[in-house]
Design a protein around this ligand. Structure first.
Ligand code: SF4
Length: 302
C-alpha cells in the first residue's frame, strides 16, 4: 500500500507517523464499529470535526484522498478474523471523511457490494451529514436490509457547518421513501446555538416523520477543536472539561418534547445503542449497560 509523504507535526494523542496512522486507520475496531477507512480528508469543514484531534492531518487533507483500494481494504478486513467473528457491525469512512462526497460515493457503494460478495454477514453503518441525491440512495437499495444509516442534522448555524438544511431534509425524506433504517445524529448540541425548544422541536419532528430514532450528544472537545471554533469568531460557553456534555436543562427540554403524544421515537445516547435498537438485540454488543437508552431498547424488545 502506497501512502503519500506529507510533512506533519506529530499527533496530539498518538506520537506516530502518518503512514502508521493511515495503516492503523484502514481497518480497526473503534468504540462501536469495525471501521473501514480507505480515504482520509474532507471538504465539508465542520468547525468541530473530530479529525482536528489528528493534529497536522486536518489542514493537510482538505479533500478526501485515497490511500488504499477497495479490494485491499476488504482483504485486510477478511484477514482480521477476530474482528469478523466479533459482534461489532462494520462502519464505512467514519474515522476519516464523509461517505457521500463526490470523491467517496463510488467507494462507499463498492465497499458495501464487496462486503456482501465476501459473505461477511454483518450490518453496515454509514454515517454522513451531506445532502445525498436520490439516485445515489437508489443505488444502495439492493443492500437496504444490511444498512443502518446515521444522518447528521445538527441544526447548528452555518458558521459551524455548511451543508444546506433543505437539501438535507430532502435526503431524509428520500431515505424514508425507500424505507431505509435511519437514525438522525442530533449532535453536537452546543448551547445556545441549537438547543432552543424550537430547534429541538424541528429536529424531533424530522425524527418522527422520517427516522427510526435519534442519537443525541454534546461536543467532543480537544484543544484544536476549541481553537478552530474560536477562529471562526464563535464564543463558546463550554470548555474542554465539558466533554460531550448535555446539560440537565437540555435533557429536560427533550423530555418535555417527548412527553407530547406525537414524539414517540427512541432517543439514544450512543451509536452502539442505535445499532442494538435497530437489530432488536437484547443487550448492547459493546458491553455498555449503564445507559438510559438501554431502557428504551428494553421497552421496544418487550
Ligand atoms: S463531515 Fe465529518 S469528516 Fe467532514 S469536516 Fe464534518 S465532521 Fe469532519
Amino acid at each position: 500500500m502506497e501512502v503519500k509523504e506529507v510533512k506533519m507535526k506529530s499527533f496530539e494523542k498518538k506520537d506516530i507517523g502518518l503512514k502508521e496512522f493511515l495503516e492503523d486507520n484502514l481497518c480497526f475496531k473503534s468504540k462501536s464499529f469495525i471501521s473501514l477507512n480507505p480515504f482520509y480528508g474532507c471538504s465539508v469543514g465542520c468547525a468541530y470535526c473530530y479529525r482536528l484531534s489528528h493534529k497536522g492531518l486536518f489542514n493537510v487533507f482538505k479533500r478526501p484522498e485515497r490511500f488504499a483500494t477497495d479490494e485491499e481494504t476488504i482483504e485486510l478486513l477478511k484477514s482480521k478474523k477476530e474482528l469478523i467473528e466479533s459482534d461489532y457491525p462494520i462502519s464505512l469512512h467514519d474515522s476519516s471523511t464523509d461517505p457521500f462526497l463526490p470523491e467517496t460515493i463510488e467507494c462507499t457503494i463498492n465497499l458495501v457490494r464487496l462486503i456482501k460478495k465476501a459473505d461477511i454477514n454483518k450490518k453496515i453503518v454509514i454515517i454522513s451529514k451531506v445532502p445525498i441525491e436520490e439516485e445515489v440512495i437508489k443505488k444502495l437499495l439492493p443492500f437496504k436490509e444490511d444498512l443502518i444509516i446515521m444522518y447528521g442534522f445538527s441544526n447548528l448555524p452555518t458558521k459551524f457547518e455548511s451543508p444546506n438544511k433543505d437539501l438535507k431534509k430532502e435526503t431524509l425524506k428520500n431515505f424514508n421513501k425507500y424505507k431505509f433504517t435511519v437514525f438522525i445524529h442530533f449532535r453536537p448540541i452546543i448551547p445556545p446555538f441549537n438547543d432552543s425548544l424550537e430547534s429541538l422541536e424541528e429536529v424531533f419532528s424530522l425524527v418522527e416523520s422520517y427516522a427510526t430514532g435519534v442519537i443525541i450528544g454534546g461536543i467532543q472537545f480537544s484543544k484544536n477543536v476549541r481553537k478552530n471554533i474560536e477562529n471562526r469568531n464563535i464564543n463558546l460557553s463550554l470548555s474542554e472539561s465539558d466533554q460531550k456534555y448535555l446539560s440537565e436543562e437540555i435533557l429536560e427540554k427533550i423530555k418535555l418534547i417527548r412527553n407530547k403524544n406525537y414524539f414517540k421515537k427512541p432517543v439514544l445516547f450512543h451509536n452502539s445503542c442505535a445499532v442494538t435498537y435497530a437489530m432488536r438485540l437484547k443487550k448492547n454488543y459493546t458491553g455498555i449497560t449503564k445507559c438510559d437508552c438501554i431502557k428504551n431498547i428494553g421497552e421496544k424488545n418487550g
